[in-house]
Design a protein around this ligand. Structure first.
Ligand SMILES: Nc1ncnc2c1ncn2[C@@H]1O[C@H](COP(=O)(O)OP(=O)(O)OP(=O)(O)O)[C@@H](O)[C@H]1O
Length: 284
């Protein structure tokens, strides 16, 4: 079956002649997958997202989203693709939070009673019902992110695109955002495409991780496969998660350790190892 998103050998040249190339592996997203893109500054992550949203047209290569070329016919798929931009301030345009979330529904000509119901439902699911009458400008950063997410989700998209959703969130809001995104994927089968510099969230969030570096998509795999390649990550100017680095060092010292995907996994392994100090190599 054709993936929901398929990008091959994308090259984009900006008007000032800056060229962004995503050669190497194809970028593909299957239905219901949670895909996280990592890469150093300037690797082309945001440029790719702009192509998925039809905001840019490829100079070379192909971009297919839900069977369409987004730059030619994004209107056809608009309601099926939600987005939360990095700068949510630029995205939130309604005078009240309610109006902002209602924007695309009203734009599609939905009767006001249905708009009301859908806005109420999405606000309740994101636990922001108490914010609906507020002026967006005065919201906190985390609240703004949730409002932008509500605006993206209110049309029940098949694909949700998020550029750096964890930026400037405090630990509690970050956990809450991870929980929400995983819930959307699990319960509503929304496919997620997320860029982040926050390596610590990737293991809790991704089915598939793509690594962008110097004009190429250089690696694709599960978080365990990607974080098992600590040297590749460092060469790509990426800091592996602390646990991956620690277990990599233990491995280099000759210990048969797994690559932990989460704190809970590392904790369980360490408890077993400490309880069985006689022969820790047996624990895998
Ligand atoms: N509108 C633009 N005009 C000219 N060059 C641009 C434009 N937007 C991005 N670029 C350039 O394209 C390259 C890729 O930028 P992009 O924003 O896609 O990278 P990124 O991986 O998202 O980086 P970051 O992690 O810093 O957000 C950079 O060299 C950037 O300077």
């Amino acid at each position: 079956m054709e993936p929901l998103i398929h990008v091959t050998n994308l090259k984009h040249v900006y008007p000032d002649k800056t060229a962004v190339h995503l050669g190497g592996l194809d970028f593909a997203v299957e239905a219901g997958q949670r895909v996280v893109i990592i890469g150093p500054n300037g690797a082309g992550k945001t440029t790719l997202l702009a192509h998925l949203l039809g905001l840019l047209a490829p100079t070379e290569g192909t971009v297919t989203v839900l069977g369409c070329r987004p730059h030619e016919s994004f209107r056809k798929i608009r309601g099926k693709v939600g987005v939360v931009f990095q700068q949510v301030d630029e995205q939130i345009i309604g005078p009240r939070v309610y109006d902002d979330i209602a924007f695309s529904l009203r734009n599609d000509g939905l009767p006001e009673d249905q708009v009301l119901q859908k806005v109420k439902d999405v606000a309740a699911s994101l636990q922001i019902s108490h914010l609906l009458e507020k002026i967006p400008h005065y919201l906190s950063g985390g609240e703004k992110k949730k409002v932008a997410l509500a605006g993206a989700l209110v049309t029940l998209p098949q694909i949700l695109i998020l550029d750096e959703p964890f930026l400037s969130l405090d630990p509690e809001s970050r956990r809450e955002m991870i929980r929400l995104l995983n819930h959307l994927s699990r319960e509503h089968e929304v496919s997620l495409v997320i860029t982040t510099h926050d390596m610590e969230v990737v293991g809790d969030l991704a089915d598939v991780v793509y690594v962008f570096h110097q004009g190429s998509i250089i690696a694709r795999g599960t978080p365990r496969e990607i974080f098992g390649q600590v040297n590749m990550l460092k060469e790509a100017n990426l800091e592996p998660p602390v646990l991956a680095e620690l277990f990599h060092r233990l491995h280099q010292k000759g210990m048969k350790v797994p690559v932990p995907q989460s704190m809970a996994e590392a904790e369980a392994w360490l408890i077993k190892a400490l309880q069985n100090k006689e022969n820790p190599e047996d624990i895998g």
